[in-house]
Design a protein around this ligand. Structure first.
Ligand code: UD1
Ligand code: UDP
Length: 361
């Protein structure tokens, strides 16, 4: 069976790491890297830390407008897909690489399998929501991480087959937990266990509008008045802050430890040692829960409603007062343990089995 994986951005690499080994063993597996993310800290470090082999094909697309990025990937991926002639093309998550990979495959007549299908924010202004909806409606196999994601797909009557697999981030975390525990990043940053909050912010809705970005930075500053905050800065956030003249706010606060984006192992070691997490990332709010840390999400909604219901994720939008209130509440009364909300760590096994049963030539 010939399988092509199309990846291009940081969260795509982490999800690929769940299935890469079994795909390589069971299938004739080709990995295409679109080049959406290209900095060492956004791409190569994940291949190194998660022991992923080098991609077979690089499209080298890079940054640009939505149309440029999606268009270039579709055009270039199509050529390679036609020469490979795969039985199935697997895409991961909800980035532009996911959308463009799925479009290129579906329009060239190849079945698409979507890992992390069925998530919905119901906010059509969000690029990722457009990406997910289109991908889910052109996919033949849809691998849903949670019951609510599966139900969304059934409600929308998608034409493909839907499978509840659990979240692949559980598989990856289980595999790498010992390396995470061994990382000496706390020492390297001069941090002590349990004395800081871990923060990441990169959603376009939070950083592209300078007024919203100012609110987000105010959130971090108010939190930094109460505790040390470790903040690995995504390149989008860094450039928007510079354009808005707000970068000084990020680099001149002694309680705000700003770093480059970190590799998977070091980043998650920092989550493990934190009081709690403040984020707008989809992946990070789940990893926080999996590592026993509550997450305050600086959005007004989340696709991971099971985590909100269990009170492991609290929504504070980009509202400094709400953030501080949630922070204090969570320190006083952490949420009750509720394991298993994201599956059992066997998502990759289910995905591989389904593909080999249904797509075998
Ligand atoms: C993308 C995804 C988002 C995901 C995020 C993960 C889309 C629409 N968005 O957002 O869903 O959560 O990745 O991190 O696909 N840049 C660099 N170096 C890089 C990559 C990007 O400097 O290696 C800068 C460029 O200025 C670029 C900007 O970051 O314009 C945004 O990059 P882009 O890939 O368009 O979107 P992300 O914000 O990274
Ligand atoms: N991540 C990382 N280093 C960082 C920030 C995030 O390794 O500095 C990892 C994180 O653990 C998760 C993935 O990147 O596995 C999530 O990517 P991101 O937050 O960029 O995207 P999203 O999940 O929101 O699409």
């Amino acid at each position: 069976t010939k399988v092509v994986s199309i990846v291009g951005a940081r969260p795509n690499f982490v999800k690929l790491a769940a299935v890469a080994e079994t795909f390589d063993r069971e299938f004739e597996h080709t990995v295409i890297h679109t080049g959406q993310h290209y900095d060492y800290e956004m791409s190569k470090v994940f291949f190194e830390q998660l022991r992923l082999r080098d991609p077979d094909i690089h499209l080298g697309v890079g940054s640009g407008s939505q149309g440029y990025q999606v268009g270039e990937i579709v055009k270039k991926a199509e050529e390679h897909l036609k020469s490979i002639n795969p039985d199935v093309v697997v895409v991961y998550g909800d980035t532009n690489s996911t959308l463009a990979g799925a479009l290129a495959a579906a329009k060239a007549g190849y079945p698409v399998a979507h890992v992390e299908a069925g998530l919905r924010s119901h906010d059509m202004k969000m690029q990722e929501e457009i990406n997910r909806r289109v991908v889910d409606h052109v996919s033949a196999l849809l691998f849903a991480p949670t019951p609510s994601a599966r139900d969304n797909l059934l409600k929308e009557n998608v034409p493909g087959k839907v499978f509840l697999t659990g979240d692949v981030h559980v598989d990856v975390l289980q595999k790498w937990i010992e390396s995470i525990q061994r990382s000496n990043i706390l020492g390297r940053l001069g941090l002590l266990e349990g004395e800081y909050v871990m923060a990441t912010i990169h959603r376009a809705e939070n950083v592209d509008d300078p007024a919203k970005l100012a609110e987000v930075i105010k959130c971090l500053k108010e939190l930094a008045a109460l505790t040390k905050v470790v903040f690995p800065i995504h390149p989008r956030t860094r450039s928007r802050a510079e354009e808005a003249g707000l970068e000084k706010e990020l680099y001149s606060n002694p309680n705000l430890v700003a770093t480059k984006p970190l590799g998977y192992v070091d980043f998650l070691r920092l989550v493990t040692g934190s009081k709690l997490v403040v984020t707008d990332s989809g992946g990070v709010q789940r990893e926080a829960y999996l590592l026993g840390k509550p997450a305050i999400v600086l959005r007004d909604r989340t696709e991971w409603i099971e985590l909100v219901q269990a009170e492991w994720v609290r929504l504070a939008d980009a509202n400094p007062a709400r953030l501080v209130q949630e922070y204090k509440k969570l320190l006083e009364k952490p949420p009750a343990p509720q394991p298993g909300l994201l599956g059992d760590g066997k998502a990759a096994e289910r995905i591989t089995k389904t593909i080999s049963e249904l797509m075998r030539r």
